[in-house]
Design a binder for this molecule. Structure first.
Ligand code: MTE
Ligand code: HPA
Ligand code: MOS
Length: 776
């Protein structure tokens, strides 16, 4: 026993809030972290590959698989008719076949799955299918979908006030259309599933997924077996970014189908090109806007229409569009507003979740409009932004969103003031003006953009989580929770929470793989809620163990339960500190339960999807960034010279991980808005399906001067240790890169003309905009 007098027990045990490295960092850099493809293969393992549609829209008259069956190394081939259960993997609406059934709806749609002795044999054989198509007319563009009123879901609308009247009475009015492109998730580890048949029709699937429970349901339905017979496990992903929220289902189900029939372990690993051809991406958005504003730039009324490229099926397009509608305000109060959102049905990949989930596509529209207004008024866009900010509090008013949620924690004024000062925004603006005046070819641009992002699944029931905490007799702790690790550091944060609760060092806590046999009915690790939900659930479990240990300690050592402290590997009780494992051991012999489950459901959420009103978010996460670029107006090439970012992570659970998330999201968002371009040809074939033609940012694209900081703040909501989510919101920070590029282009005409620049601002698009500005 330690003498209490020698130990400061008043200092709270603080495993949370520390910049601990990612719990798998050493494994990552040593190459010893296991991803699905690294699991030792069981004896008898076979490999599968998918045969893909070559048509965008066609009736299938006949599928001739003789050549596939006859190919070297092939064991079996399966099609839609081979499902014992339902051939369906749609997450919300059942319009998403695993294998095409009677028709194909995009180039790349899986039609059959072939099993062979090797991955290479399977892939070669998959090309030999002879499918007799009867070609139908495809719809290849969201605007064409809108003209044809071809939607995967009914249109949505939301209005407040009287936009029509505000527009009619407008002192100034701006109308136009605009668009932002989609984006490939480009997780480094592609889609993969390894299905292992178990006794009595059981099936285990190890796969790369953000949503093990959904995989379990899809496999169970496809095989017509109960959920209790399906086990899905994911140790970690090499990135998901939303692309493995629903769309890992097809791979899991196809592998399970083969394993079910052949009674052999089956691995289905997507090659990068197949992955890009088969799976959905971020939704491209097309906008129409009509906005009334006064002489200072205050927005008086607005009408917005958005059409997304949903692709051939609904997938998550509904909640994505809803999040877009709930983020067109960004940080601005919109008094009179009328919004319509449509999910255009196109004969292309079914688009899905991608970091931000429609939020970026909503918010960037208002940023574009403000950028336009500022240039028309000859003002600095930052001043127009500030003028339109939500009010700080009830007294100031202007603090209720268009969907009815109060902005109860508005810190955007302070946050923007801080980064405006720390980035020397005004001084650099003057310096850039001077630079541009004497530099005819190379032009610099600068922009500051803010964001506000709503945290919670916008489908209320998904905001729940479970966890299990096991304490073993040596004092080591094993945690299992429903969240998945995709590199974002969720397991590190959850382990920190548990270590903190039990007063043990982080090194004593291990988080096991996500497993549907441990936690049932989990939500996807998505909507940035992983740590919020699973951190709280794990805390709940750890607290129950702590309470039992406290009671036991008081029984054994005396004192009061309320005074028992768990800190630095000790349990302090009745004036003494006893080693955690010593108490744990004694408690075991006294038959005290040393493990517990935990549960959490986010309180105070309310959403009416019919009227699109309520309080769908638990709180908002804020941020702002300042970017400075230099553009070569002869070639369209550009470089990000400096970026400053300030992000509100509340009381950060782990500032090192959070800064990493902000940096990663910033560069990923910059890729979306600049170099990453998805191109479908006239036949609807995606032509940018490999890194050779699809350009994601590289290390050389990161700014040499990159200043990322966390804003000092405490969450007003009772989140886990008053932290805030960090996964998605910082993807909105590089709006500043796009608007800095636009600013540089505008300087060609002294900032007087609004450059017609759509996103992504590729070098070609920049050059077109420069030419347009020069000739207007
Ligand atoms: N960070 C890494 N390294 N890899 C990823 O795949 N996905 C992002 C974000 N950060 C992702 C990531 C997305 S889309 C989400 S929703 C969140 O992480 C999910 O994790 P969280 O809720 O635990 O933050
Ligand atoms: N984000 C991610 N996935 C989701 C959401 C969301 O807001 N809502 C439903 N699924
Ligand atoms: Mo993230 S797009 O919610 O997986």
């Amino acid at each position: 026993m330690k003498d209490l007098a020698q130990t400061n027990t008043s200092a709270p045990w603080a495993e949370v809030g520390k910049p601990h490295p990612h719990e798998s960092a050493v494994l990552h850099v040593c190459g010893t972290a296991n991803y699905t493809d690294d699991l030792p293969e069981l004896q008898g393992t076979l490999h599968a590959a998918l045969g893909l549609s070559t048509q965008a829209h066609a009736k299938i008259n006949n599928i001739n698989l003789d050549a596939v069956r006859a190919a070297d190394g092939v064991v079996a081939v399966y099609t839609a008719k081979d499902f014992p259960g339902t051939n369906e993997c749609g997450p919300i609406i059942k319009d998403d076949p695993i294998l095409a059934n009677g028709k194909v709806e995009y180039v790349g749609q899986p039609v059959f799955v072939v099993v062979a002795h090797s991955h290479d044999h399977a892939r070669r054989a998959a090309r030999l299918g002879k499918i007799d198509y009867e070609t139908l007319t495809p719809i290849l563009h969201p605007r064409a979908a809108r003209d044809a009123e071809s939607y995967v879901l009914p249109p949505m609308s939301l209005s407040r006030g009287d936009a029509q009247q505000a527009l009619e009475k407008a002192p100034n009015r701006i109308r136009g259309s605009w668009q932002v492109g989609g984006q490939e998730q480009f997780y480094l580890e592609g889609q993969i599933a390894y299905a292992i048949p178990k006794e009595a029709n059981g099936m285990a699937v190890m796969c790369s997924t953000q949503h093990p429970s959904e995989m379990q349901h899809i496999v169970a339905h496809a095989l017509a077996i109960p959920s209790h017979s399906v086990q899905v496990e994911c140790r970690r992903m090499g990135g998901g970014f939303g692309g493995k929220e629903s769309q890992s289902g097809l791979w899991a189900a196809a592998a399970a189908l083969c394993a079910f029939h052949l009674k052999r372990p089956i691995k289905l690993r997507a090659d990068r090109d197949d992955d890009m051809m088969v799976t959905g991406k971020r939704h491209e958005f097309h906008y129409e806007y009509d906005v009334a504003y006064d002489e200072q730039g205050l927005i008086l009324g607005a009408r917005f229409e958005m059409v997304s490229r949903a692709g051939f099926s609904a997938d998550l397009s509904g909640p994505v569009a809803t999040r877009a509608v709930c983020h067109v305000d960004n940080t601005y109060y919109l008094s009179n507003v009328d919004i319509r959102a449509m999910c255009g049905k196109t004969n292309t990949q079914s688009n899905t979740a991608f970091r931000g989930f429609g939020g970026p596509q909503g918010a960037i529209l208002i940023e574009y409009v403000i950028d336009e207004i500022a240039r028309l008024l000859g003002q600095d866009a930052l001043d127009v932004r500030k003028l339109n900010f939500y009010g700080r509090n009830d007294a100031e008013g202007r603090n209720v969103t268009h969907y009815g949620q109060k902005v109860a924690d508005n810190i955007i004024h302070e946050l923007v003031a801080e980064i405006e000062a720390s980035s020397s925004y005004r001084a650099r603006r003057l310096a850039i003006n001077e630079f541009n005046a004497q530099s005819p070819i190379l032009k610099k641009g600068l922009a500051l953009t803010p964001h506000k992002f709503g945290i919670a699944f916008n489908v209320t029931h998904l905001n729940q989580a479970g966890a299990l905490v096991h304490v073993y007799l040596d004092g080591s702790v094993l945690v299992n929770h429903g969240g998945t690790e995709m590199g974002q550091g969720l397991n590190t944060k959850v382990a920190q929470v548990v270590a903190h609760e039990l007063g043990v060092p982080l090194s004593q806590v291990r988080v096991s793989a996500t497993d549907t046999t441990k936690i049932a009915n989990t939500s996807a690790t998505a909507a940035s809620t992983g740590a919020d939900l699973n951190g709280k659930a794990a805390q709940d479990a750890a607290r129950q163990i702590r309470e039992r240990l406290s009671e036991f300690a008081v029984k054994t050592y005396g004192g009061n339960v309320a005074d028992v402290r768990f800190s630095d590997g000790q349990i302090y009780c009745n004036g003494s500190g006893i080693a955690f494992e010593e108490v744990v051991n004694k408690a075991y012999f006294a038959r005290v339960q040393l493990w517990s489950d935990g549960f959490y459901a986010t309180p105070h959420l309310q959403w009416d999807s019919k009227t699109m009103t309520g309080s769908p978010f638990s709180y908002y996460a804020y941020g702002a960034a300042v970017s400075e670029v230099i553009v070569d107006t002869l070639t369209g090439e550009w470089k990000l010279l400096r970026a400053d970012a300030l992000y509100d992570a509340g009381n950060s659970l782990n500032p090192a991980i959070d800064v990493g998330q902000v940096e990663g999201a910033f560069i990923q968002g910059m890729g979306w808005l600049t170099t990453e371009e998805l191109v479908w040809n006239a036949n609807g074939k995606l032509t940018t399906h490999a890194p050779s033609t699809y350009k994601i940012p590289a290390i050389s694209d990161c700014p040499e001067d990159f200043r990322v900081r966390l804003f000092k703040n405490t969450n007003v909501a009772d989140s886990i240790h008053r932290s805030k989510a960090v996964g998605e919101p910082p993807l909105l920070l590089p709006f500043s890169v796009f608007f800095a590029i636009r600013d540089a282009i505008a300087s060609v005409a002294d900032g007087k003309i609004n450059p017609p620049l759509t996103a992504p601002a590729t070098s070609e698009a920049i050059l077109r905009a420069v030419t347009a500005v020069q000739t207007l």
